[in-house]
Design a protein around this ligand. Structure first.
Ligand SMILES: Nc1ncnc2c1ncn2[C@@H]1O[C@H](COP(=O)(O)OP(=O)(O)OP(=O)(O)O)[C@@H](O)[C@H]1O
Ligand SMILES: [Mg+2]
Length: 310
């Protein structure tokens, strides 16, 4: 588990929700659509629906009967203290973990577990909590990797350069170049990803996840370890991705200020259970959330023991 940067500042504030970053005035490019497009709340047309998902590791309950629904074009934050089950939830949706109970509905199909091999074709992409780039490969080649699962030509066709494979290759390159431009990575496109500053590497990860134009993007702490400026930039790009491509986004993030400024709805996990779900305003006033974040003692904890992570 990574300790989240910003933990101390969030907890030292009177309320964790007052420690926020203002998200206006981004340096990031402005999308063609004017301002942010609010998410549709058509529950029938949810891009992702999680129903009654439970998952345990030995005696540890990572997820307990969790429901979650993500609407088209929605930025849906999932927050909670360290070990609350946030990554586990994304790992269930991306098929890395098999739920003990419950199901995941993607693109109208029901899964338990979700088939990882079909993930790209189901329109789902993700980033990982820890950087997962090919450090020796250039930025553009890393981004191209995000498309390898969607290419349709056969392996032999690619080796022997069939017309289909050549078309796929050209299309892949063009899409990768477009996303590199969209995320303002052109100046570093040929640099080995591992040589870039951390904040830029996280942006390359976002590019690699976005290049397949997923309907649903799962971001596990995309802003962790970043400076305030880097956070503002990447938050702007995340919002632009939603506005420009209509991507629905599940965002796990510890920086409450970013979460409140960026997301349409926020789900709060604590010890694997969803304890609150609503708009940022609703959630910030929720007593159970305030208790979980400010460390009101749980039965198994000493009184006054502050739980870290936010
Ligand atoms: N592969 C695993 N094997 C064993 N236990 C696991 C595994 N993955 C998660 N867990 C446990 O499940 C619980 C939830 O972990 P998870 O990583 O989902 O939390 P999180 O909310 O993402 O935490 P963080 O904010 O620290 O990233 C924790 O108690 C963790 O130790
Ligand atoms: Mg995690």
């Amino acid at each position: 588990m990574n300790a989240a940067p910003g933990t101390a500042s969030a907890l030292s504030s009177a309320s964790p929700f007052e420690a926020g970053l203002a998200l206006d005035g981004f340096d990031a490019p402005v999308s063609e659509t004017a301002g942010s497009v609010p998410a549709a709340r058509d529950t029938a047309g949810a891009v992702l629906r999680i129903e009654g998902v439970s998952l345990a590791f030995g005696g540890v309950a990572a997820l307990v009967d969790v429901d979650l629904e993500v609407a088209p074009r929605e930025i849906r934050a999932v927050i909670g203290p360290n070990g609350a089950g946030k990554s586990s939830l994304i790992n269930v949706v991306s098929g890395l973990y098999r739920p003990d109970r419950g199901r995941v509905l993607l693109a109208g199909e029901s899964f338990a577990p979700v088939p990882t091999a079909r993930l790209a074709r189901l329109g789902v992409a993700r980033t990982f909590q820890n950087l997962a780039l090919f450090k020796g490969l250039s930025v553009i080649d890393n981004v191209v990797m995000g498309l390898t699962q969607t290419v349709r030509s056969s392996f032999l066709g690619q080796i022997f350069g069939s017309p289909r494979a050549r078309r796929d290759e050209a299309e892949t390159r063009a899409r990768a170049e477009a996303i590199v431009e969209f995320l303002h990575l052109t100046a570093v496109r040929d640099k080995p990803a591992g040589t870039l500053p951390y904040g830029l590497q996280k942006r390359v990860e976002l590019a690699r996840a976005l290049v397949a134009r997923p309907k649903l993007l799962l971001l596990d702490e995309p802003l962790a370890g970043m400076t305030v400026t880097e956070k503002r930039e990447l938050s702007g790009y995340i919002r632009n991705a939603r506005d420009t491509y209509g991507t629905s986004i599940v965002l796990i993030e510890h920086d409450i200020g970013v979460v409140m400024g960026l997301s349409d709805r926020v789900a709060v996990l604590d010890y694997g259970r969803k304890i609150a779900d609503g708009t940022p305003d609703e959630v910030r006033r929720d007593q159970a959330v305030i208790d979980a974040y400010l460390g009101v003692a749980h039965d198994d904890e000493a009184p006054g023991n502050v739980r870290g992570g936010v």
